[in-house]
Design a protein around this ligand. Structure first.
Ligand SMILES: Cc1cc2nc3c(=O)[nH]c(=O)nc-3n(C[C@H](O)[C@H](O)[C@H](O)COP(=O)(O)OP(=O)(O)OC[C@H]3O[C@@H](n4cnc5c(N)ncnc54)[C@H](O)[C@@H]3O)c2cc1C
Length: 494
């Protein structure tokens, strides 16, 4: 049930006064306090506890937001930045009520594409689908990279949360690929971070090319889940759109071990821009089987290895390196086979292509009303141990196991993500799946995994393990950036 509590800040200013001020700033048509309008912002697809906001506003420009921040800072009113709420971590659920700032509706312009230095300056509401279409239509020689998130999810939200996309084997997390930000701080100042910092009032759109060599203030806003300021512009790197793309599906035939080895060795070839490893059931789901069972004689895991190239010869050389690596793994006793993904896909309908042609709605992730996961950065050497342990936990809870992994930055670290799909509206299911994800979380935290896009119940567990010096510094910075606790309060148990 959605909870609506009496809010502390109404002691400072009445709800009616706030509403009047919001209308003054944003205009009547861009403000609501009606429960029907607020309800969609009170929950997401996870099992995180719903909480009602008190208002939603739809901003059109930064000047409105400066006025909002100054007002909220004066009366201690929480502000929760929101793009499309697809973070799968409860991050936009207003823990302490307040005002949802919905960037997705009007602050969604692609402001500038710099072809020379290959970057895009985006307002926070730009979606993956929108950016993909814009590049395809106007700059077909450039590309961005995409997660398994639906095309209507936000590019900037994904980058600010250090998401991982379909070039992450090569690039690492998307947080690394942000060139610059424009941010409104708690005092209502507009700060520009990165090489765009020249220019007192306005920026020159052709100066958003990198974030060094000045002190890197980007970390004050990355992964903070909207707790340190409101981002109004973000520059993300683009890359040349290689004309040739091939995906090789590697199937691991042996039932135990070797996943970490494949992940590490294939990543290290430096020829794949993405390596997506999933349990075999994922292949079945993608082929239209909703809740596939695992049979003992079946293969266990597969890896989609994507190679791009400028010429046929370059592709040939890269394929040779990948195939040599797979051969040497076989010589070491790893039982595997591989084939061209295009041949495999021809056997099925177009839906299977969506896994390769992102951004797309990947049906196996969204076909149920509930979705939650333990998404983490994991040390590669614990992957095999984790797969064994987590599979047992899934089995214990009588839920088909579903895991996804990826080498990052050519195997410097990995992604480990057990995924839970469930029926949100079936009685008792949220509690059942929460017990499962909690047990997975405990196991993975013990193995050294660092979860991303963390709900508060998860950060509470993490805090027990984190170095106290880090927590002290983290809280000092949060207090300094947001002394009145107005930005997405309650996240990370602040
Ligand atoms: C089916 C599915 C599959 C997915 N697969 C992947 C995947 O493969 N890889 C991956 O990385 N992610 C994946 N995701 C998550 C998703 O890509 C990102 O988390 C998402 O793109 C974030 O955008 P959003 O529009 O959902 O942002 P929101 O959820 O609306 O916001 C994200 C966070 O950013 C904060 N925020 C929003 N706007 C601002 C602002 N202007 N200033 C400051 N803070 C702000 C919010 O408060 C919140 O904490 C998946 C999601 C789904 C539903």
């Amino acid at each position: 049930m959605t909870i609506s509590k009496e809010k502390n800040y109404f002691k400072n200013v009445s709800k009616e006064q706030i509403y009047k001020e919001l209308v003054k700033i944003f205009g009547q048509e861009n403000v609501s306090d009606k429960s029907g309008d607020l309800y969609p912002y009170s929950y997401d697809m996870t099992e995180c506890e719903p909480k009602m906001p008190d208002f939603v506003v739809i901003p059109e420009n930064k000047e409105q937001l400066v006025k909002l921040v100054k007002y909220c800072n004066q009366y201690l009113i929480p502000i929760v930045p929101y793009i499309s709420g697809n973070n799968v971590g409860g991050l936009t659920i207003p823990e302490q009520g307040g005002i949802i700032v919905d960037f997705g509706k009007k602050m969604n312009k692609i402001l500038h594409i710099n072809e020379n230095m290959m970057y895009a300056i985006l307002e926070p509401g730009v979606t993956f689908g929108q950016l993909a279409k814009h590049l395809e239509d106007n700059y077909p020689h450039l590309r961005y990279c995409y997660p398994f998130a639906p095309p209507y999810a936000g590019v900037v939200g994904n980058a600010l949360l250090s998401g991982m996309n379909n070039m992450s084997c090569k690039l690492g997390s998307m947080g690394d690929s942000i060139n610059g930000l424009e941010v409104i701080t708690a005092e209502g100042d507009i700060a520009r971070i990165g090489s765009c910092f020249y220019g007192k009032d306005e920026d020159d759109p052709d100066t958003w090319h990198y974030r060094s060599p000045v002190p890197d203030l980007m970390g004050l806003f990355l992964n903070w889940q909207g707790m340190t300021g409101l981002v109004t512009k973000c520059a993300v790197q683009l890359w040349p759109n290689e004309p040739i793309k091939k995906t090789v599906i590697v199937v691991l035939l042996s039932r135990i071990g070797h996943i970490g080895e494949i992940l590490r060795e294939v990543g290290r070839t430096e020829v794949c821009e993405d390596v997506a490893i999933g349990c075999f059931e994922l292949i079945k789901m993608s082929a239209g089987i909703p809740e596939p069972k695992s049979f003992p004689e079946e293969p266990r895991m597969f890896a989609n290895c994507t190679i791009t190239a400028k010429t046929k010869n370059q592709l040939k050389a890269r394929m040779e390196i990948l195939e040599n690596t797979l051969e040497s793994l076989k010589e070491k006793g790893v039982e595997l086979t591989h084939f061209d993904a295009d041949d495999f896909i021809k056997l099925f309908d177009l839906r299977v292509r969506s896994y390769l042609d992102l951004p797309a709605v990947v049906l196996s992730l969204v076909e149920y009303s509930g979705l939650t996961w333990f998404g983490s950065y994991a040390p590669t050497h614990v992957i095999d141990e984790l797969v064994e342990k987590v599979e047992k936990i899934f089995n214990k809870h009588n839920v088909p196991y579903f895991m996804y992994m990826k080498p990052m930055k050519y195997s410097h670290y990995s992604i480990f993500r057990p995924i839970l799909r469930y029926n949100k509206y079936k009685k008792g299911e949220e509690q059942r799946y929460h017990a499962l994800i909690e047990e997975i979380t405990d196991t993975c935290l013990d193995a050294g995994c660092i979860p991303y896009k963390t709900p508060t119940w998860m950060t509470e567990k993490m805090r027990k393990k984190i170095n106290p010096g880090w927590i002290k510094l983290f809280e000092k910075i949060k207090n300094c950036m947001d002394p009145n606790g107005i930005f997405n309060p309650g996240r990370w148990n602040t």
